[in-house]
Design a binder for this molecule. Structure first.
Ligand code: BES
Ligand code: MN
Ligand code: MN
Length: 453
């Protein structure tokens, strides 16, 4: 194993330079004008896997390609690890808020600034380098490896479940390993015990045949903007709970042991608020901030569109209003069930004189990890050896919908080991990844593979 770690140490400069090439490719999956770039990122990644010593294939889908890398050198009796990540990134806008351009990776204060540095190209590439270190040094890696990199995670992975179903044998594995989340704090490695699910909708409120003069008609005609505001206000009660009947029916109250572990983490509300330039926090009463983020569900407006928002005053009664509404879900909530509950709630609260329509965007089920067993122990040891600190358990507030699907369809457990940090601006301007985490993370992953036999 010391050869592997020495190899990593001696090649860290190149590992960073290569990542910067990856980060320069604007693989923005949501934008069709970047389809060629997204494909280029897939091909670039596939080449690097091949150079690391894996056999690779880039498979077309109705959307962006899926890259598969395979190494079967441990033999038919050895376990197989499926490493999953995504090479697509979120759109970088608003561009003017970036200190350095999103697709020109720049080092400042020990950080790599670029779109995708943390989510997820940087973390995905750490696996490639950890594998390279094993294969280049002839370390007798004790596990077979399948790498699966998709280019549609940031748009809801529409083609991945069908792909998994059609390739069950090829993807057969004992463990799914994913680095697409974060550590609790700087220098404090972490292992995930959960991810929240997601149910995302558009609520459209339609009024009269066209916009109307707000003096000629206002007061006698229902305003879709007013109606939408009424609907949105009905989604929460004064305790910060979601007020949709039945919404909490499937919510599992977490065990006391996990709640005690959460309470023991070094978290201070005032510091958390200050880092966000807020003077107060808000959420469901009866739960602490970390519980609200990890083990409690939410309902959030992500965007509202209605009427005249240009310069000056236009007296108009708009005929359409739209809200984007997402729910973060926790075990055992289910996005389909939440959709039914939302429909029933809207039917009950929607005022007359407008029609309300729900459109479903994407969704995914929540995930709860098994926090014991040999893989979890191996990860714990590997992280401690690489970072010099025992990892802490933490939850994931975000969503990776494919995790549950992998577990169910492949009959394997998932292990989530992430290396971004709080505040590293995922999906926002000035996304960054600490260089230290990139480098120690590669060693941690290499150590982990070595322990999985
Ligand atoms: N890597 C994130 C998920 C994440 C971030 C999990 C931080 C835990 C902590 C992933 O790329 C992501 O952004 N997922 C989306 C959902 C997806 C369906 C678009 C999300 O959580 O909003
Ligand atoms: Mn991600
Ligand atoms: Mn993301």
């Amino acid at each position: 194993m010391s050869d592997v770690l020495t190899f990593i140490d001696e090649n860290l400069g190149r590992f960073r330079a290569e990542l910067y090439d990856f980060l320069r490719i604007p693989s923005i999956s949501a934008k069709s004008e970047h389809d060629a770039d997204t494909r280029a990122a897939a091909e670039w990644f596939s080449e690097r896997l091949r150079e690391a010593g894996l056999t690779t294939e880039t498979l077309t889908t109705p959307g962006h390609p899926i890259v598969i890398g395979e190494w079967q050198g441990a033999g038919p009796d050895a376990p197989t690890v499926l490493i999953y990540g995504h090479y697509d990134v979120q759109p970088p806008e608003p561009l003017e808020l970036w200190t350095s351009p999103p697709f020109e990776p720049t080092e400042r204060n020990g950080r790599i600034y670029a779109r995708g540095s943390a989510d997820d190209k940087g973390q995905l590439y750490m696996h490639v380098k950890a594998l390279e270190a094993h294969l280049a040094t002839g370390s007798q890696l004790p596990v077979n490896v399948v790498v699966l990199a998709e280019g549609e995670e940031e748009v809801g992975s529409p083609n991945l479940v069908p792909f998994v179903e059609a390739n069950l044998e090829r993807l057969a594995c004992d463990l799914v390993l994913i680095s697409d989340t974060g550590m609790f704090a700087e220098g404090l490695p972490s292992l995930l015990f959960s991810l929240r699910g997601l149910a995302y909708f558009e609520i459209h409120v339609h009024g009269a045949r066209s916009d109307l003069h707000s003096g000629e008609y206002g007061g006698a005609v229902r305003n879709p903007g007013n109606a939408l505001a009424q609907i949105i206000a009905s989604l929460h009660d004064s305790d910060g709970r979601v007020a949709i009947p039945g919404f909490y029916d499937d919510v599992v109250e977490w065990d006391e042991e996990t709640r005690a572990q959460i309470a023991a983490l070094p978290h201070v509300d005032a510091d958390f608020a200050r880092a966000l330039e807020l003077d107060d926090l808000a959420g469901e009463s009866g739960y602490g901030t970390l519980e609200r983020l990890w083990i409690r569900p939410t309902c959030d407006i992500n965007g509202i569109l209605c009427g005249y928002t240009g310069e000056g005053a236009k007296t108009v009664l708009p005929n359409h209003a739209l809200a984007k509404v997402s729910f973060r879900l926790v075990p055992d909530q289910n996005p389909d069930r939440v959709k039914g509950l939302l429909e029933a709630h809207l039917a009950a609260v929607a005022p007359t004189g407008v029609t309300v329509e729900i459109r479903e965007l994407h969704g995914g089920r929540p995930w709860r990890a098994s926090v014991s067993g040999p893989a979890f122990e191996a990860a714990s040891e590997a992280l401690e050896e690489a970072f010099g600190t025992k990892p802490v358990p933490m939850g994931g507030g975000g969503s990776i919908p494919i995790v549950v699907e992998f577990e169910e369809k492949l009959g394997a457990t998932a292990l989530l080991v992430g290396f971004s940090l709080p505040g590293c601006n995922l999906h926002a301007p000035d996304e960054w990844l600490p260089i230290e985490n990139y480098e120690k993370g590669i060693s941690a992953l290499a150590l982990l593979y070595g322990k999985l036999g």
